[in-house]
Ligand binder design. Structure first.
Ligand code: FAD
Ligand code: FES
Ligand code: MG
Length: 281
């Protein structure tokens, strides 16, 4: 099977034109090397940009990796339109530090939106390492919820939420986190919290855990260009120091991040991206 060939695609979720698509891609080297928490940089076409995507799963025997992509703009929509038999222009990876996997005890994983795909490989590996895994997953609405069964299979406890109450409990993942830390659902002890989702969700997680003494990691979706520490595009302020998400991350201690600076940076190219989308779609 030639590398970068798309072996299979499946639409996992679709709601009012917003889709989340799973792609199985042939990449024998990355399927051998990728570890939970790592990502790749993909170029869909020769003229296009590179975008970072988490390696959600890998099958070393088949020489394939799994990507789960939410269509949010031009490049992710282009990727979502590809079919089995098409090929990507390039893939680089695995990149970034992998998650530290060991037996911590009880770990609470929080996934918001497509962040659910990003916590899945970490949940699976933590479960295999003997941890008690509690997963909290949330989406805007029922039709955008992904990987519920997969996470149930690796979690001792699973909480499902939707913003609009169309499925599971109505509310936000952070409501459950508050209960787990302070309320009626409190487990004996939480040893680690791991959250991936929209920046406002991760920022709120960092506020909720303040003072709890529980180590809390987030995996950041910073803007990336080269992905190798050369351009500075993915810079983030952590504990007052400038770090690059691609080579120093993508995981950082939630309490040390300058969330407002990160939020500002994530919107830096918004006007240009909108312009490209209008021109090309
Ligand atoms: P655009 O219209 O260009 O941008 C939409 C928004 O996406 C922007 O406002 C910005 O916040 C973000 N974005 C745009 N360009 C980039 C870029 N070059 N690098 C990072 N973010 C960008 N998304 C998934 O759906 N699944 C994943 O598994 C996943 N994993 C990621 C892992 C990492 C380490 C990082 C940094 C990001 C990850 N993302 C993931 C986010 C994904 O890279 C962006 O959604 C994508 O780049 C958007 O491109 P676009 O052209 O479709 O949208
Ligand atoms: Fe260029 Fe990280 S993407 S330094
Ligand atoms: Mg783009």
């Amino acid at each position: 099977m030639s590398n970068m060939l798309i072996v299979e695609t499946k639409v996992l979720a679709s709601f009012q034109g917003a889709r989340i698509v799973r792609l199985e891609i042939a990449s024998s080297e990355i399927s051998k090397k990728a570890r939970p928490g790592q990502f790749i940089l993909v170029m869909v076409s020769k003229e296009g940009e590179r975008i970072p995507l988490t390696v959600v799963d890998r099958n070393e025997e088949m020489g394939t990796i799994t990507l789960i992509v939410q269509e949010v703009g031009f490049t992710t929509r282009l990727l979502g339109r590809l079919k089995a038999g098409d090929s990507l222009y390039s893939i680089v990876g695995p990149l970034g530090h992998s998650t530290d996997i060991k037996n911590f005890g009880t770990v609470v994983l929080i996934g918001g939106g497509v962040g659910i795909a990003e916590i899945y490989p970490v949940a699976k590996a933590l479960k295999e390492a003997g941890n008690r895994v509690i997963s909290v997953i949330g989406s805007r609405t029922k039709d955008l919820l992904i990987l519920e069964e997969e996470l149930k299979a690796v979690s001792g406890g699973l909480y499902v939420l939707t913003d609009d109450g169309s499925y599971g409990r109505k509310g936000f993942t952070t409501d459950v986190l508050k209960d787990l830390l302070r309320g009626k659902d409190k487990p004996e002890k939480i040893d680690l919290i791991y959250a991936v989702g929209p920046i406002p969700m991760m920022k709120y997680v960092s506020e909720i855990v303040k003072g709890s003494g529980v180590r809390t990691l987030v995996s950041l979706n910073s803007l990336m260009v080269d992905g190798t520490g050369m351009c500075g595009g993915c810079r983030v302020i952590v504990g007052g120091q400038t770090k690059f998400t691609c080579v120093d991350g993508p995981e950082f201690d939630a309490g040390l991040i300058d969330w407002d600076a990160l939020m500002k940076r994530s919107r830096v190219y918004a006007r240009q991206e909108e312009h490209i989308c209008k021109l090309r779609t």
